[in-house]
Design a protein around this ligand. Sequence first.
Ligand code: FE2
Ligand code: FE2
Length: 475
Amino acid sequence: MISAERIPNNVGLSSNKRLQRALEHWQPKYIQWWKDMGPQGFQDYHQVYVRTAVSVDPSGWAHFEYVKLPEYRWGIFLADPVHDRRIGFGDFMGNPVWQEVPGEFRNQLRRLVVTQGDTEPASVEQQRWLGQRCPSLYDLRNLFQVNVEEGRHLWAMVYLLHAYFGREGREEAEELLHRNSGSLDSPRILGAFNEETPDWLSFFMFTYFTDRDGKYQLGTLKESAFDPLSRTCEFMLKEEAHHMMVGTTGVDRVVQRTVEVMREHDTDDVGGLGAIPLPVIQKYLNFHYSVSLDLFGGETSTNVANYYTAGLKGRWLEDRRKDDHKLTSDAIMVDALSEDANGELSIGQTEVSALVGLNTDLRREYIADCQGGVKRWNRILEEGGVRQRLKLPHVAFNRKVGAFAAIEATPDGEKIPAQEWERRQGDWLPTDVDKTYVRSLMQPVHQRGKIAAWIAPPRNGINGQPFDYDYVHLA
Ligand SMILES: [Fe+2]
Ligand SMILES: [Fe+2]
């Protein structure tokens, strides 16, 4: 049975019996889902050194303890309310924020919550085999930390569905456990969340690029006029920072190790030497970046314009924007295919109203952020005396959503015919040979203080502990 103690929360769950009962009903299904679809082989015996949120103040959400994963205390936390918070954009700008869901926006808000909620368990499913291929106990712990927090993010969305969306909300909460990543019958809603994450290079690229998409989506929902959604996302963003760190430093360490082996053997071809060649790292980057760009949707969207005008979903850092926060008379250039007099398509841009172009605005914020990772990885290459560099591919490369879905383009943004794409895509995206090689490196390292040969150890451990700390007690 759930009690306020079993579900840590700051939403007064014990004083709302109906809601508590509804979540009691959902909880065993969640645990069953976690056991079936969560980390495989690490459910019963192993004690993992994880952070558990027990409150939203700094001491409370950085509480570390050893737990068996299915006994993790998934809690419900909203950031503290902001006194007299006002709607910051759209038609209702300046009005007090909403504590209940307005009837006219019920369907749209539910859709936003469900779409966000669907991504959280999806990533747990995608990553469920990685524990058996981990490069160190430190990495194993980080994987599980990310997994339990994505589980908590599902709880966060399910709480909103149960508390504010009635019977339909409860039905959606069930569906969130029934859809599965990669399932043919009932896949997850968004494409990138149906891709597999079969190796740790994919995991680090995923946590860098795809979790970062999550950060930007949460950033727009944090601006919402629906205050419980805003406060929920605000707190989730704190946890996302750790996921980002895992991705950023994970790729750092892969690149670092590759540089070391390149120098040690004075060769670019480290494939036979147990490290991951730079061209393979670039291909993984190309893949994860391009599928993550798709998550931002089409360049233009009237739905998103309506969300903004209604106050449901704002822009990244809305209050720092120096405009009227209504955008009714503004314009934006968005990516587009242009057609010349002969009907020939080319990669270009077109002007649309700023409201309709909001997806583009968010995607550009994200792209600018992604440049930061590439810059730091290139610094590692430079400091290692290696002349090659990594880079983000062009926005038209490998897109399945939006203006460029209809064409093929090189990583440099040159439009090419479909046959040429077929012939050359293996130069730009991971091939079966690349994946098999990377997969072959994923021999588990479960001894304390040891690390796989394809990755450098981290500079810092977790919570002030050293790298060789006993992060996971294996049975
Ligand atoms: Fe999340
Ligand atoms: Fe995340």
